[in-house]
Design a protein around this ligand. Structure first.
Ligand SMILES: Nc1ncnc2c1ncn2[C@@H]1O[C@H](COP(=O)(O)OP(=O)(O)OP(=O)(O)O)[C@@H](O)[C@H]1O
Ligand SMILES: [Mg+2]
Length: 140
């Protein structure tokens, strides 16, 4: 069970808690793959060069750092760690990866980097739990 785990991270403390749980789950289940996904917003081409290039590079660098931190937090597991960096809407990206990679469970935080406090679930976790092709583990 849960051979292939999809962990979605956005650089928030919530997502790091999700990363810890994903690591524990992978160890407990002797999982084969933990796939860590970060989605980043596309950058409008009207920015023009050289700003466009600069913006793309800085987004990619931020995303790489988020992935690296998440990987460290998952810790040592019997699973292979795969990372994916995807441009687009986070919920759609997460659902698409879960579908194409045939993930057995999606692990996400209840909230993320959003600033609207008071909500129980952020919009990404709400959409993912509504449309996911597999079980979703929402970490508070
Ligand atoms: N860009 C992203 N890439 C990958 N995973 C993400 C991304 N954004 C959010 N997530 C995942 O979804 C979880 C919940 O984040 P969500 O975006 O729903 O909450 P929020 O940021 O507080 O609210 P909102 O984005 O609606 O303002 C995060 O902890 C993370 O696991
Ligand atoms: Mg968010």
């Amino acid at each position: 069970m849960f051979e292939r785990i999809l962990l979605a991270v956005d650089g928030s403390a919530h997502a790091l808690r999700a990363a810890r749980v994903a690591g524990d789950l992978a160890r407990a289940m002797n999982s084969k793959i933990v796939r860590i996904v970060v989605a980043y917003e596309g950058i409008p081409a009207y920015l023009g060069e050289p700003n466009l290039q600069f913006a793309i590079e800085s987004r990619l660098k931020d995303a790489q750092e988020i992935l690296q931190k998440a990987e460290e937090t998952v810790g040592k597991t019997p699973a292979e760690i795969h990372t994916e960096l995807i441009e687009g809407s986070p919920a759609e990206a997460i659902i698409e990866v879960a579908r194409t990679r045939d993930s057995h469970v999606i692990v996400i935080g209840s909230r993320g980097m959003g600033t609207l406090t008071g909500l129980v679930l952020g919009s990404t976790s709400q959409k993912v739990v509504s449309h996911a092709p597999c079980p979703v583990l929402i970490v508070r």
